[in-house]
Design a protein around this ligand. Structure first.
Ligand code: NAP
Ligand code: G4F
Length: 388
């Protein structure tokens, strides 16, 4: 009798052990399924202009958010991936050009993105006077080609268009909001007005989720060296280290609302997460002149400069030596004199505010240029064309 009971208890124990093992296996399978599901549920974004300043910052931000990131890359004679080199293994490059409708269609079919960020652009304003037609083909028609491809292939794709404060041009009011009328002053500005309105038009005509980010100037240590901020910080670093004596500059008095690119890409993403598509002004709400940017950059390296002369005769000096010279070579046929953003709508609806101040931005850029030059010396890429 006693033996029978103990055998019964033993069997019951074995049964429980077997059940526990089965449950353990089921749990492991469940865990595996849920990780696999999580992977397939990853949102997929296509970024055009991935190799540019904003493209690299946006890709990094989207990866942190758990996105699968695809970047459009157009063929060039030299493959330069400096900005995205730390991300290369985490993103997928797809070959295309936004002026080539066939390549956009193929990419949309292959990648099947849920979100497209159109950052591709001929973004250098002076080049829009020397290459006005290609500027329009990229910045105006290129946008329409992407929108058409979205409409034909998958109208559910959400679309972000990189619009710009350059559209305000000869400003009609201060500060500029989403309601301020446009008055572009360059072929670049005009091409971007087309991009803006075609985005709005496809939203209204076909109910596409298409947004315009009207972004004011935003900079970073990886800003192209032809843009005034990076030209200044790079030149100041070279002067400080004795690689050059002075640099030449154009209009010292134009004012810009300068922010940090790393902050601005967060606003791009936030626009596509709303329930309804809309357009937003993104800026800091503070404006500074080119002259102030130069003074602040020299301050970072301990050089307090003074100005002498007027107009094209004006120079900036440090300890009696000329370190900045005005040159009409850098004047534009017509100028955008003053930009200042009012981003209250973005603050209210996107909960977006800039985190980096003007002084922090200048310091970040000057120090980055100094450190790079100290580490590598003057490289071929540091001598790139600054005469345009
Ligand atoms: P960026 O550094 O000049 O980058 C532009 C990107 O567009 C590059 O990756 C470039 O590729 C790519 N691209 C040019 N033409 C193309 C084409 N036909 N097909 C595919 N890709 C093409 O400019 P960003 O400062 O990052 O600005 C990003 C976008 O925002 C631009 O559209 C710009 O106009 C706009 N935006 C910029 C600011 C600003 O302050 N940064 C403000 C408002 C709006 P490559 O590397 O091959 O040249
Ligand atoms: O740095 P910039 O060339 O930028 P710009 O023309 O304001 O355009 C940038 O911002 C736009 C947003 O408003 C973007 F849509 C556009 O893609 C680009 O990113 O020039 C800024 C100001 C201008 O008034 C210019 O005349 O600086 C003045 N400036 C004075 N000397 C100079 C120079 N600009 C450049 N590039 N080089 C000079 O030597």
């Amino acid at each position: 009798m006693k033996n029978k009971v103990s055998r019964g208890v033993k069997d019951a124990f074995l049964k429980i052990k077997q059940d526990i093992n089965i449950l353990k296996e089921e749990l492991t399978d469940l865990k595996k399924d849920s990780t696999e599901n999580k992977n397939t549920l990853k949102k997929r974004a296509l970024v055009t202009g991935l190799t540019g300043q904003d493209g690299a910052y946006l890709a990094e931000f989207l990866l942190k958010k758990g996105y699968e990131v695809y970047g459009m890359h157009r063929r060039t004679s030299m493959e330069i991936f400096d900005r995205i080199s730390p991300l290369r293994k985490k993103i997928t490059l797809v070959d295309g050009d936004i002026t080539d409708f066939a390549s956009i269609v193929s990419i949309l079919k292959e990648v099947q993105p849920e979100e497209i960020y159109n950052l591709a652009g001929q973004s250098f304003v002076p080049a829009s006077w020397t290459q006005p037609i290609s500027t329009a083909e990229i910045n105006a028609l290129g946008v329409m080609k992407i929108l058409e491809a979205i409409r034909l292939i998958n109208p559910k794709i959400k679309f972000y268009q990189a619009s710009t404060s350059e559209m305000f041009g000869k400003v009609r009011e201060n500060p500029q909001t989403e309601k301020t009328p446009f008055y572009p002053r360059s072929p670049y500005g005009v091409s971007k007005v087309f991009g803006y309105f075609i985005t709005k038009n496809y939203r209204e005509s076909y109910n596409l989720f298409a947004c315009n980010g009207i972004l004011f100037n935003h900079e970073s240590p990886t800003r192209g060296k032809q843009f005034v901020t990076r030209k200044i910080t790079h030149s100041v670093a070279k002067i400080k280290l004795g690689y050059q004596d002075f640099f030449e500059i154009g209009n010292l008095n134009s004012k810009r609302d300068w922010g940090y690119a790393g902050d601005y890409v967060e606003a791009m993403w936030a626009m596509l997460q709303r329930n309804k598509p809309d357009d937003y002004v993104i800026g800091t709400g503070k404006t500074h002149s080119v002259r102030e940017f130069i003074e602040e950059s020299f301050k970072v390296v301990g050089m307090h400069i003074t100005w002498e002369g007027k107009g094209v005769e004006e120079v900036g000096k440090f300890e009696g030596k000329v370190v900045v010279k005005v040159s009409p070579k850098f004047y534009r046929p017509v100028e955008v004199e003053y930009l200042l953003a009012n981003s209250s709508k973005a603050k209210k609806e996107l909960k977006w505010t800039p985190k980096t101040s003007f002084k922090e931005l200048v310091k970040m850029m000057v120090e980055s240029d100094l450190n790079h030059l100290k580490k590598y010396g003057l490289m071929e890429s540091d001598k790139s064309r600054l005469d345009i």
